[in-house]
Design a protein around this ligand. Structure first.
Ligand code: AMP
Length: 302
């Protein structure tokens, strides 16, 4: 088993879907990633920042899930990152209504001593300059560095983004963002262009249409589970990333075979996420429930 360090936003989200609205609930890429990964590897170390408005009960819940929260800074005179999004009937697309960076705007990541020997680093969605600082502040390069990003950073922080992308092994990105990043419509060509930017391995998420793994010239596809209820897709991408890196850290391997399984575990975790609002769908799962869902995935394509 390898040590796992995750970085990403820990936030308040206001989410509106055709099924309802939830205000200022716990969210953030770092939250979803570390919760999902905690089913595979404990503790999951998390580096992030929150404001004085952050609730102690959310920190306790994360600790109970097996997350080491000593890397979460709390700023006394600032507010937590806030994001508001709205989904329409086609839940594959959403509008961002508001992004208030607040504490994320000035985040200077501090990596606790006990985190510094990490084997696997998952750079969740966050300012690319901060993602790069985390890489630089680790005394030894991890065995595998995986990163995620989103349209917000691609649109306005392209120079910073290119620097981090050059330094990671795996880029996880959704299909619209892969096209935005490369200007290529074909995902095969986009993945090749991303390879040329740095990462040898590319994962392209296609929402309800599954995800593709481009691994040194080989391609693997995993579908998304056809679900009766998709309640709230928020965090599905991060949850996928958490399951993906969690499985890799648990196996302490990043062979093609392990990564194919990691794609299946990531997709299984994402399917739990979308069934409920916010993080609720990925709380208190049993390993039996996860394994059963993985079996359903496998039987879909066999
Ligand atoms: P996903 O649905 O997987 O793309 O992730 C949604 C989560 O990302 C929400 O919980 C938000 O708090 C978080 N998020 C949204 N925008 C940003 C951003 N610009 N930087 C960091 N996290 C963000």
């Amino acid at each position: 088993m390898g040590n796992l360090l995750t970085v990403g936003s820990v936030a308040f989200d206001t989410i509106e879907t055709p099924f309802g609205k939830a205000e200022r609930i716990l969210g953030g890429a770092g939250t979803y990633i570390s919760l999902a990964a905690s089913y595979f590897r404990k503790p999951v170390q998390l580096v992030s920042v929150v404001g004085s408005d952050f609730r102690q009960k959310d920190i306790l819940m994360m600790q109970e899930a097996g997350i080491d929260t000593s890397g979460i800074q709390q700023k006394t005179d600032e507010k937590s990152f806030f994001w508001a999004g709205k989904y329409f009937n086609d839940m594959n697309h959403r509008d961002t209504l508001e992004t208030q960076l607040n504490v994320l705007g000035t985040f200077d990541p501090v990596i606790p001593e006990s985190y510094k020997s990490c084997d696997y680093l998952m750079l969740g969605n966050l300012s690319p300059a901060v993602q790069q600082l985390v890489i630089e502040r680790l005394p030894v390069r991890p065995k595998l560095v995986v990163m995620d990003t989103m349209n917000f950073w691609i649109s306005s922080f392209m120079d910073d983004l290119k620097i981090v992308i050059e330094n990671v092994d795996v880029l996880i990105i959704n299909e619209e963002e892969a096209r935005q990043l490369t200007g290529q419509y074909s995902l095969v060509v986009a993945a090749r262009e991303i390879n040329a930017m740095g990462p040898n391995i590319v994962v392209i998420k296609k929402g309800e249409h599954g995800a593709l793994l481009f691994y040194h010239g080989q391609i693997f596809f995993v579908p998304a589970l056809p679900l009766e209820v998709v309640f709230d897709p928020t965090g599905a991408g991060d949850t996928f990333a958490g399951g993906f890196i969690g499985h890799i850290a648990r196996q302490d391997s990043f062979s093609f075979e392990t990564m194919k399984d990691a794609m299946v575990y990531g997709s299984a975790m994402a399917s739990f996420c979308v069934e409920k609002f916010g993080v609720e769908g990925i709380l208190n799962l049993s390993s039996e429930e996860i394994e059963n869902r993985v079996k359903v995935f496998r039987s879909l394509v066999q």
